[in-house]
Structure formats: C-alpha cells, structure tokens
Design a protein. Structure first.
Length: 118
C-alpha cells in the first residue's frame, strides 16, 4: 500500500489507531458495555490495516477498521460521554475530548450511510 492510499484510510472515521482503541476500551470497561467492549477487543486482536512498506511507527499507531454498527457507535459515544464527564469533573482530561470528537464523527459518518472499509 502506498502512503497516499494509507493516509486516506487513516483519515476515515471508521478507522482508529491502536492507541485510540486501547483508551476507549479502558474507559468503557467500567461501564460494563459487554458486547461493545468485546467488539472493540476483537478489533484490536485482529489484523491492522495494511501499512506502507516504510511505515516505521510503533504498534500504537497501527490503524484498525472498527466495523461497528450505527447502534454500537451511538452507545459508545453515550458511554464515553458519561465516562468523560466523570473524569473531567475530577480534573482529568487525558485526551478525552479527542476521543469524544472521534466518536461523534463516527456516529455522523454512519448516520450518513457511508460505506465501511472492507
């Protein structure tokens, strides 16, 4: 895969980095999202998107296609919002706003009926 194609895929709202997935799982697990957390863990355990030959980023930068339904994305956005509210009230941010924004973008992307990656 060349860099131009890879960058297009990485910019899609339904493709998230290993880091984003790891943080999302950590935030959602205490909310007991059951099937949703399981789907995210399965995604993370799967194969990342193909990378350009000269990609030198660490595993945290590997990108994964989420494969979530609109219902899943909405549930994730709501749960992340609740988790973020609690952490922000406690004075912790840790990039939560970026995760919420990415999740909101995913919801809007799926609401518009956009095709998913594979």
């Amino acid at each position: 895969m060349d860099w131009a194609e890879y960058k297009v895929l990485c910019d899609r709202p339904d493709c998230w980095s290993q880091h984003m997935l790891t943080v999302c799982i950590a935030l959602l697990a205490p909310c007991d999202q059951g099937p949703l957390v399981a789907k995210l863990r399965k995604t993370l355990a799967g194969t990342p998107l193909p990378r350009p030959r000269d990609h030198r980023g660490p595993k945290e930068t590997y990108m994964y296609w989420l494969g979530l339904t609109l219902c899943d994305a909405r549930a994730m956005h709501q749960s992340l919002g609740r988790a973020a509210d609690e952490l922000l009230r406690a004075g912790q941010d840790a990039g939560l706003r970026a995760h919420l924004a990415a999740c909101a973008e995913l919801v809007h992307f799926l609401e518009r009926g956009k095709q998913t990656y594979p």
